[in-house]
Design a protein around this ligand. Sequence first.
Ligand SMILES: Cc1cc2nc3c(=O)[nH]c(=O)nc-3n(C[C@H](O)[C@H](O)[C@H](O)COP(=O)(O)OP(=O)(O)OC[C@H]3O[C@@H](n4cnc5c(N)ncnc54)[C@H](O)[C@@H]3O)c2cc1C
Length: 443
Amino acid sequence: MKQHPLKTERSQVSSSTGGITWDVLIAGGGPAGAAAGLHAARLGLKALIIEKDRHPRFHIGESMLPQTSRALRRLGIEPLIQALPHVPKYGASFALGNETSLQDFEFRTGLIPEDSRTLSIERAPFDKVLLNSAAAAGASVMEGHRIRRIHRLEAGRVELVLASPEGPDITVRGDHLLDASGQGTLVGHHLRTRRTLPDFKRVAFFNHFTGVARRPGVKGGYPLAVMCDEGWFWLIPLNEEKTSIGFVMNGRDAKRIPVDYPHALDWLIQKCPLVREQTREALSPETNRVTADFSYSCRPFAGPGFFLLGDAATFIDPIFSTGVCMGLMSALKAVDLLAGARAGRCSWPSAYREYDRYISSSSSAFFDLAHLYYRHAFRELFLAGTGPLQIHRAVISLLTGNVFPRPCWAIRWRVELFKLFVRLQPFFPLASRRPRFALLDAG
Ligand SMILES: Cc1cc2nc3c(=O)[nH]c(=O)nc-3n(C[C@H](O)[C@H](O)[C@H](O)COP(=O)(O)OP(=O)(O)OC[C@H]3O[C@@H](n4cnc5c(N)ncnc54)[C@H](O)[C@@H]3O)c2cc1C
């Protein structure tokens, strides 16, 4: 395995970065940054990952897609992840909050035959294993160092100023910046390209619970999405004891919750018959976590001196568990293009263009569905669980993460037809009508 002169113990790199110019500076050591560092180091690039926190640390984003597992396999670390406590995931369930029946979707019934297994897992150990793997492959890692600002951002000349916990600020230099700073959107802020999406002003309340009811067998591992007019709950089994529960809603409705945000989740659960029933015996910390305003896009996704990876590029909505998948896939693609351009196999402008296209065409397939998901008509059709022309199987394939570099034609035309059905459903019922469930108005 190639070792670089500055690769010492993690977090001891800081005092010695002085004169070196890195091939790639990577902002953030979450899944996207760690995967980029791992892949870059394997390709022989001198990579420095800068992470403000110290792993293991809590992070939201615990349910994976089959495509996420394929990316982990490509990175060569799937066995390390499988060795951590986790719950195998072969599908997902959806339901309305005022109903008792669940609609199950099995990945293996997707239109495109492929691996149908993935997992749900706590992010703290998952992210730590990824970052350790990057270091083991030869990437240098500085934890506990926050990137204070970008001093220079040009192709071949990038300078970052880091806040050091041990003393004065440090400047690090590199040829390119891979921005994997997540919701921090370092480059998006620097270039002022971060645009929040007006229809998606969302808030999420979440917590880890023990003692949540589960079904027997493999379906006990399915994440459950429970839908209400104002938003939706997730219930994600993480290991034998823990279940992650959260509620995503729009910010306007959140203002109508009569308790303070750190106590909102319990209040919301008590309002929803299905989730209340599942959590009858459950325990959780007294206060929940909160995050807001997580839907935005920072276009262009690449340009002179930078590539935006994972959440640093764009994030819309957690409904289809696409975040970590986008993080890993974008990291692999950005590093491949960067290595290709450095080796003269393509020009830099064409590498930037191809990357921008890759992110927009893969993510837009997810985002279109995420938009529709909040319509009751979508839910009526989706919960029907079946439909003509194998449309549901195409939607399932999309939800396994089969969107790279873009969904194939067999999926695309069916999903377009599905979108048309969603528009028609309010006028001509193509699937059975279901009563709406307004959680905030429930008794
Ligand atoms: C409510 C909610 C639920 C979600 N559920 C899921 C799910 O079930 N499945 C799923 O796949 N995704 C989910 N996501 C999305 C998922 O959390 C993210 O898409 C995923 O973590 C993106 O990975 P990343 O590496 O791009 O960013 P992150 O995981 O956020 O990593 C970014 C890293 O950069 C570091 N950083 C930030 N700024 C700086 C700085 N200035 N200097 C140094 N370091 C910095 C941070 O500390 C962090 O470690 C969810 C998101 C939300 C909001």
